[in-house]
Write a protein that binds this ligand. Structure first.
Ligand code: ZN
Ligand code: MN
Length: 487
């Protein structure tokens, strides 16, 4: 419809729920799925006269993320009150960080197709408290559950450096992997541990001039799919709107939109939004936080090799595909277990296949990580060696792995018990090959003639041997014997 070239410009605001034991400013437990209003106290209920106390662990988790995002860590930060008049935060303000966020001016590398990466700027990282949940499912009135009120929430704001829906998704996925690697959030999307708010507009070139469409912010997306789809849909909507109305960015026409998942559209929530007046002011009940070198070094000790670096290293060091390395490094324990198995003598690609095929399937069934399946690195390396040597087939390897999870037995024991050892004894196999050759003179002639039918006939004879050995012959060895006898 449009012949005008244009660029999409997207920035992202992300809220991440931190996995601390207790809430941000009180001692209530942070637990998902508990009876409503069972994890509350006078502090998070906003009773008069109570005093908040900062959760040091939440602050350290946040600094760790800011470090991983290459941010400059503030030596001095403070808390601010942000006016918030809704029942899900009963003290009528949210404690947040306004002008002095704990981290700023960082960046994250995100993976793109074909092993390329792109650097996206991080504007700021700050810590705040989450609100509770308003529920509107009880008929004529609303209910509020304050179990989540006051739980620590990390807010990350990126620069508008992303230029496609796919890049936005890549950043979200990378961030999820990062906070999981760092052990600061479970980052379970279904439990709302990560929420996204993309800011989108287009820069359209028309008749030699650039036109910027009004920025739309899409609120509260909580799945990668909704995030990616909503950005793609909003891109098209803005293009259509520009072609129809010529409307461009200007004062008072930044809009807030929501995502209608059923209709797969963005819907207008608020228009002509004025500059927000949250009436921020410094929180008088909390002391500022001063970061010293020793404390910062202690926190830095919690850094690890970040997933994207690990992924690239696995490609180079273990000669894996970018895809395989990505699957292995989706989770830190899986990535580390892989290395243990390789260090124990497993060939990297074989180990990768076992972990990402049978391993992930079994882990899904047992709702645990691959590393928690109860298989030792030594045993898995042994299994990889058996497959490598042709002692068992790759598919038998998966069966053996299943049994290893059940019984914890060594792969060789299982292979023998289940009769999965491939016959590689050349003497025994030669006898069988001789029998097959004697019984199939036509196919033998075809092979010997070396014509078009040669390959097919060779395959037929090989198949006969495999059948006779009930699939237990090592096909490579049988093929060799056949070739030697018929040439
Ligand atoms: Zn509380
Ligand atoms: Mn926020």
């Amino acid at each position: 419809m449009s012949n005008f070239p244009y660029k999409v410009v997207v920035g992202l605001e992300i809220h991440v729920q931190l996995c601390t034991k207790t809430k941000m400013f009180c001692g209530c437990a942070v637990e998902f799925g508990q009876p409503p209003n069972s994890r509350v106290c006078p502090v998070c209920l906003g009773m008069p006269g109570v005093l908040p106390v900062m959760n040091k662990q939440a602050f350290e988790h946040s600094v760790l993320v800011a470090l991983a995002l290459n941010c400059k860590i503030a030596e001095f930060t403070k808390w601010d009150r942000k006016s918030y008049y809704y029942p899900d935060l009963p003290k009528n303000y949210q404690i947040s960080q306004y002008d002095l966020p704990l981290g700023a001016n960082g960046f994250i590398e995100i993976p793109l197709d074909g092993g390329r990466t792109k650097r996206i700027g991080i504007t700021r990282v700050h810590l705040e408290e989450d609100a509770g949940k308003n529920l509107h499912t009880a008929g004529n009135f609303s209910q509020v559950d304050l179990n989540r009120a006051g739980t620590p929430l990390l807010e990350i704001v990126t620069e508008p450096d992303m230029s496609s829906a796919a890049e936005v998704r890549a950043l979200a996925v990378e961030l999820q992997r990062m906070v999981r690697f760092l052990g600061v959030s479970v980052a379970d999307m279904q439990k709302g541990h990560m929420r996204f708010e993309p800011n989108i507009n287009l820069v359209i070139t028309k008749d030699g001039s650039e036109y910027k469409t009004p920025i739309a912010e899409i609120k509260n997306l909580n799945s990668f799919r909704a995030l990616e789809r909503s950005v793609a849909v909003e891109e098209q909507r803005q293009l259509d709107e520009f072609l129809e109305t010529g409307r461009v960015m200007g004062m008072g026409n930044k809009t807030t939109r929501g995502w209608d998942d059923a209709e797969q559209t963005t819907v207008l929530l608020r228009e002509k939004e004025e500059a927000h007046d949250y009436r921020y002011f410094p929180e008088p009940d909390l002391v500022p936080v001063e970061m010293n070198e020793r404390w910062l070094n202690d926190i830095k000790a919690g850094l690890c090799e970040l997933p994207i670096k690990k992924q690239m290293r696995y490609v180079n060091e273990y000669n894996l595909s970018d895809y395989d390395a990505g699957v292995l490094t989706a989770e830190r324990s899986t990535a580390e277990f892989f290395v243990q198995v390789v260090d124990a003598g497993g060939e990297p690609k074989r180990v990768c296949n076992l972990l990402t095929q049978a391993g992930l399937k079994l882990a899904n069934e047992k709702v645990c990580s691959v590393a928690e399946l109860g298989i030792t690195a030594g045993n898995l390396a042994e299994l990889a060696k058996m497959i490598e040597a042709g002692t068992v087939s790759a598919s038998a390897g998966n069966t053996i792995m299943q049994e290893m999870v059940k019984s914890g037995a060594a792969p060789e024991t299982i292979a023998e018990e289940l009769n999965l050892m491939q016959k590689s004894d050349t003497g025994e196999l030669e006898t069988i090959v001789d029998e097959i050759i004697a019984a199939n003179p036509k196919a033998v002639d075809d092979v010997k003639s070396g014509g078009k039918k040669c390959k097919k006939a060779h395959g037929f004879l090989l198949g006969q041997v495999m059948q006779k050995t009930k699939g237990q012959a090592n096909p490579q060895i049988v093929s060799q014997i056949l070739a030697e006898k018929l040439n």
